[in-house]
Each structure stands twice: as C-alpha cells, then as structure tokens.
Design a protein around this ligand. Structure first.
Ligand SMILES: C[S@@+](CC[C@H](N)C(=O)[O-])C[C@H]1O[C@@H](n2cnc3c(N)ncnc32)[C@H](O)[C@@H]1O
Length: 387
C-alpha cells in the first residue's frame, strides 16, 4: 500500500522533470479545493471522512432507476458493504466503521451498466473513481483481466490505494510508487548471505493498476474493453477533458464502450459544451438518458423509437447515463451526429435491453433492512471479541 510520503516524493520528482508547470495545472482538482474538500491529507486515517461521499443521499434514487433490487443484486450490495466494514476495521481503527450505502449503491449501478455492455468484463479503465468502490465488485470477479484507475486528487488516491491493496492484494500495482534504482551495495562482507530474489516475470500478473495524473502518457500504450469516467467530465479543466478523450480514443479497443454515469457538476463546461467536445472527438452516443428530466408529451416525440420501446421514457435515471463508441465500432456511423447528444436518444444496441433488466423479482429494501443484513453477515463471522 502506498504511503503519503511516497506519493508526494513521486509527484515532486515528476514535477521536477516536467517541461512546463502548465501541464500540471490541467490536472489540479480546483473545484474540490474551492469548496474546502480535503484534497491533501497528512495521515491515512484522514481518509475516514471520505468513506461515503460524492453520492450522498442517492440510495432511493438508484433504487428507483433500477426498479428495485433482485435478491442476487441485494446480496452483491450487502457483500460489498460487509467488505467495506472489514476494510475500515483493518485500516481505520480509530473510528467506528460505517456502512456507505449510497456510494456503494452508486458503484453497484455502475457495475451493472458495465456488466451489461461487456458481460465478459475483461479490461476496464476508470478515471476519477472517487471512493473507488467499483473495486468491491471487480476484485473477486474471475472475468477481470485489468482494472486500471486514474486519479488526480491525493486524498482519494490514497483511499483508492488502501482499498485496492486490501481487495486485490499482491495483484495490485501502484504506479505512484517510484521504482527504486538497482541495488549497488558492495558485497565484501562474507557473513551476509546473497539474497534469494524472485524476478518480476516469476510473479503472478497484476490485474489492478493505479495511475496518478503524472503517468497519463503510459495509458496510450494500453487497451480496454470499457472506459468509464463518472461525475467528472464537466468538472475537468478543458485541457484535462481533452487529455482524457485523447487517451480514451486511443486506448479503447475497436468495439469498446465508454460508459458515463453522471456528467458531473458543470464547473468547467455546460452539458452542451461537453456534448460539443464529445462530438469533436468522434465519440458517438448509443444511449443518452438524462436525470431529472420531466417528460412532457411534446418531448416524447423527440425520443428515438428504440428509447421508447425499451421503456426508458418511463424510467427515472438517477444520474445522466451516456454510452459512447468510437469510429471503429459497427454502430458509430448511424449515431455520430451532433443532434443525437440529447435526452431520449438510443440506437439498436442489444446490451441496452440487459442494462436495466433485473435477474429476478425486485423489491426496495429500506436502509434499515440493508443495515440489518450487513450486521447479520458480520455476525456469521463469529462472536465479537471481548473488550
Ligand atoms: C465528483 S467526484 C466523482 C467520483 C466518482 N466517480 C463518483 O461517481 O462517485 C470526481 C472524481 O474525479 C476526480 N478528478 C477530478 N479531476 C481529475 C483529473 N484531472 N484527473 C483524474 N481524476 C480527476 C476527482 O478526484 C474524483 O475522484
């Protein structure tokens, strides 16, 4: 697991060899800094204040979007919450663990969307994971080959790193840890045995990779089945947005899908400006479903037949949900028109059927019921220890 000092030293080293400070400015999390969010921390314990954030109070909205949870989905959610409690107990011993219901439900919603567009999971690139809770749904998934995260905010980076170390263990690789120079110690002493070393290729492959903002160029050499960037596209500086869209277009496999769950606070771009940029980068929408839209009869005529036939016109989306593809995808040319970036647009894309379909009868468990289920699971792990 990375230490804050390692992160800082590595960032300082990167800044010292950068051709211009302007490159770093692009990835400053200025909106966070302005509202007093703890962008930098001095102790790993401080990540405790970030355990349930960015998706506060949205549990009910996600349940409405899904139309409730099936038994299997509820089990997944409870399992992830139990893991989170165990993580907090192991790494944040100063505080009582909390159950991050809203943020974990948001990660489940994202996982469901990703699994619908790519049932074989494969490789996923996520920019700005916030609390980083998609890891709870991917770490034990045998179909996962590579989950790569990118983050520019130190405090979130440290939290994500702690969670990834906890969940992925030896399969997690953190690129903010600068490689040490080769060992050059003199071997004159006879009483020190030569070390028995294992070389990197002899170790199991990593399947989770964590990239800080100063390593972005290395992503241009990687390929992904799914890329995702949530609640941040409109928050990125325009340079950062262009950096990421350049990376996405290069790093998406020919048939990859770019999944967006929430376009973010319009701090640096309005939704229409964001749509202009997505169009400019030749990312075509397969689905554009906006949250908080009150559907009037006149709007219905703007909806594509596919959108209505899937029942999306009767669905309340918790957050703006947009799926995009690049020009190597077979559906690109039917979709890449500026007017298609609008609420109510969908093309004939088979995974859309699965995206909001539950795998059985659904219901809406209350917050109290979920808490009771989490406690019951924890109880099965054995009696509490005596104080
Ligand atoms: C509003 S939060 C959303 C977190 C999470 N994706 C969610 O949906 O809950 C925005 C995320 O984007 C990250 N972010 C902002 N600017 C970034 C940049 N230039 N590069 C990488 N991540 C960035 C933030 O640090 C944070 O993790």
């Amino acid at each position: 697991m990375i230490e804050i000092q390692d992160y800082r030293a590595s960032e300082r080293m990167a800044r010292s060899i950068m051709p211009s400070w302007w490159l770093a400015v692009s990835h400053q999390v200025d909106i966070f800094a302005r509202i007093g969010f703890p962008v930098r921390i001095e102790s790993t314990h401080e990540v405790g204040q970030l355990i349930d954030t960015m998706q506060e109070n949205r549990y009910a909205r996600f349940l409405t979007e899904f139309g409730g949870l099936s038994d299997a989905e509820l089990q997944m959610l409870v399992r992830a919450l139990v893991q989170s409690v165990l993580f907090q107990r192991a790494h944040l011993p100063r505080r009582a663990p909390l159950v991050p219901l809203s943020t974990m439900t948001s990660a489940l919603a994202l996982y469901k969307k990703i699994a619908a567009v790519r049932p074989t999971i494969g490789s996923i690139l996520e920019v700005g994971p916030g609390c980083g809770y998609l890891s709870y749904f991917l770490a034990s998934n045998p179909l996962l080959r590579d989950y790569s995260q990118v983050e520019a905010c130190e405090s979130f980076y440290i939290l994500q790193s702690m969670i990834n170390s906890h969940l992925f263990g030896h399969r997690f690789r953190d690129f903010a840890i600068a490689a040490a120079p080769p060992d050059q110690t003199l071997r004159v002493r006879k009483d020190v045995e030569p070390p028995m070393l294992i070389d990197e290729p002899e170790l199991p492959a990593h399947n989770c990779h964590h990239f800080p903002w100063w390593t972005l160029a290395s992503l241009l050499d990687r390929k992904y089945d799914v890329v995702t960037s949530n609640a941040n596209l409109s928050e990125f500086s325009s340079e950062a947005l262009r950096d990421y869209l350049t990376i996405f277009v290069k790093a998406m496999k020919d048939d990859a899908v770019f999944v967006v769950q929430c376009t973010g606070f319009p701090g640096h771009a309005t939704l229409e400006q964001l749509f202009d940029t997505l169009h400019e980068f030749r990312l075509a929408p397969l689905l554009c479903a906006l949250a908080n839209e009150i559907v009037t009869p006149s709007m219905l005529s703007n909806f594509t037949p596919t959108y209505s036939s899937l029942g999306f016109d009767r669905r309340e989306f918790a957050l703006n949900t947009i799926l995009l593809v690049k020009d190597t995808h077979p559906l690109f040319y039917g979709a890449w028109e500026r007017r298609n970036y609008r609420h109510g647009f969908a093309v004939e894309f088979e995974p859309l059927q699965a995206m909001f379909r539950a795998d059985g009868p659904t219901r809406r468990p209350s917050r109290e019921e979920v808490l009771a289920l989490v406690k019951a699971e924890l109880g099965k792990m054995g009696p509490a220890t005596a104080p």
